[in-house]
Every structure is written in C-alpha cells, then in structure tokens.
Design a protein around this ligand. Structure first.
Ligand SMILES: NC(=O)c1ccc[n+]([C@@H]2O[C@H](COP(=O)([O-])OP(=O)(O)OC[C@H]3O[C@@H](n4cnc5c(N)ncnc54)[C@H](O)[C@@H]3O)[C@@H](O)[C@H]2O)c1
Length: 254
C-alpha cells in the first residue's frame, strides 16, 4: 500500500530535477500526479517515466505565470482525477544578476515564475482542496531565502518572498484543513544548479565552495528533497503548518 494512495497531486516544474524526482516518488506511493510543466517535452518524459514504473500521471503544459493557463490546468486535474489534494509549487527559474545588471524582463520573469506562479497555483487549487475537506501545499524556498549569494538579486528576493507567502497561506487556510509549508532547499544536483554554476563563469570554484559549505561534503540528490516533500503530504506531518523545513545538507549552520 502506498502512502499517497487515492491522492491527487499537482507538481509544477515536474519535467526536471526535484520536480521530476517528486513526481516519480509520489506516483510510486500511489498518487495520481499532474505534471504542470512549461517545457512540453520534459513534462512528457516525466509522464513516460512514471508510466514505465507503473504509476499514473498526466501532463498539462502550463506556464504558471499566466492565470488562464493555471486555471485551466487545475480544472483539467480536477476533471481527470476528480479532485486536488496536494499542490507542490516546485517550478522556479534563476537568472544571474545584481540589481544594476538585471533587466526589467529578467526581474519580471523571475518574480513572475517564482512568486506570482506560486500564488496563482494556490489561488486556483485551494478552492478544489476545500471541496474535499483539506489539502497540502508545499512551496519551494531556498537557503537563499535567508542568506545571499552575489549577483542573484531577483532570485534571492523571490525566495525570501516564498517564506512570507507560505506563512500567509498557512494563516488563512489552516482553518480549512489546508497545511502550507515550504522547503528550505540547499544545493541539489539538478540542471538549475548546473546552469547557475556555469553562469558564474567559475563552475569549479562555486562547486568547491558548495562542497566546503555543506556539512556533508556533497550536493544533495533530488530524491532527498522529494522524500521530505512526501512526508509533508502524509498524516505523520499533521501538526506541521506554516513552517520552513530545512533540507540543505547543513548549509545554514554557517
Ligand atoms: N537545485 C538546487 O540547488 C536548489 C536549491 C534551492 C532551491 N531550489 C528550488 O527547488 C525547485 C526546483 O529546482 P530544480 O533545481 O529541480 O530546477 P530545474 O531547473 O531542474 O527544474 C525546474 C523546472 O521548472 C520548469 N519551469 C520553469 N518555468 C516554468 C513556468 N513558468 N511554468 C511551469 N514550469 C516552469 C522548468 O521547465 C523545469 O523543468 C525550485 O523552486 C528551486 O528554486 C533548488
């Protein structure tokens, strides 16, 4: 028996990295997974991997920055699987740049994806959760919600905002039995991190710094985040609401 048997989970950005690992794990645990992904081919590949492992997933190409697309993705999820129990706001982008280096488009793309996209998915999934008497929201924060890295002004600002958006969601919807929490994620071996290191112009230097800063001396695996996300979706996490849950290999200890 799976820990998510009978549950319906929307995972944004499930075509890559942590989102794909979460889609595979949630489906393995019995959830029906809605892959809400901008990159259609990547989303299709996740669905193929879930199906090959015997799970159930549906690809709904979605740009979470667009309300009409989010609205129709949530209603597709509800009509295909009958309800929405879990919303995992995983999708995000990182564009390198200090305040003076970033363009208006860079800023809007980052805040639009990382903050507005998260809000829009909540706005449209919460009414579905209320219909079934509750649900779980997981947002993706970062160690960069607390500390800063150079030339990452928009990303850092967006991840700081996720902490407060999560608290706000928790306060407004706990009475509806909807538990919103966020994951404070450290360096995880994904395409996003690889791109970030490449964009720095000193990938090896950044890698050396990360390995030094991590108390475990290694990057995390996407599945190590997915397993914590899974736990938040189970009744074992029934008293956890509004919190940042740290999954960072010890980065914030410094
Ligand atoms: N990897 C890390 O080291 C790290 C560290 C801290 C926090 N995080 C956070 O974890 C989450 C997942 O990161 P990852 O490393 O797996 O990233 P990733 O780049 O591997 O995957 C992100 C996915 O989101 C999708 N996406 C981007 N814009 C979208 C949009 N507008 N609509 C729908 N989908 C969109 C991308 O196509 C991609 O498939 C992000 O919120 C990220 O900020 C990651």
């Amino acid at each position: 028996m799976g820990r998510l048997d009978g549950k319906v989970a929307i995972i944004t950005g499930a075509g890559s990295g942590i989102g794909r690992a979460s889609a595979l794990l949630f489906a393995e645990e019995g959830a029906k997974v809605v892959v809400a992904e901008l990159d259609e081919a990547a989303g299709r590949e996740t669905v193929a991997q879930v199906s090959a492992a015997g799970g159930e997933a549906l690809q709904v190409r979605t740009d979470i920055r667009r309300e009409a697309q989010v609205e129709s993705m949530v209603s597709r999820a509800a009509s295909a699987y009958g309800k929405v129990d879990i919303l995992y706001n995983n999708a995000a982008i990182e564009i390198r740049g200090s305040a003076t280096q970033l363009s208006e488009d860079d800023w809007d793309a980052t805040m639009g994806t990382n903050v507005k996209g998260c809000w829009l998915c909540c706005k449209h999934a919460i009414p579905e959760m209320k219909k079934v008497g509750g649900g779980v929201i997981i947002n993706s924060a970062s160690t960069l919600s607390y500390r800063v890295a150079d030339e990452r002004a928009a990303y850092v600002a967006s991840k700081g905002a996720i902490l407060q958006l999560t608290r706000s969601l928790a306060m407004d919807y706990a009475k509806d039995n909807i538990r919103a929490n966020c994951l404070v994620i450290g360096p995880i071996d994904t395409p996003l991190l690889a791109q970030s290191m490449a964009d720095s112009g000193d990938a090896q230097g950044v890698m050396d710094w990360l390995l030094d800063a991590s108390l475990l001396g290694r990057l995390g695996d996407p599945a190590e985040v997915a397993r914590v996300a899974l736990f938040l979706c189970t009744p074992e996490a029934s008293f956890m609401v509004g919190g940042p849950i740290v999954v960072d290999g010890g980065m914030l200890v410094h």
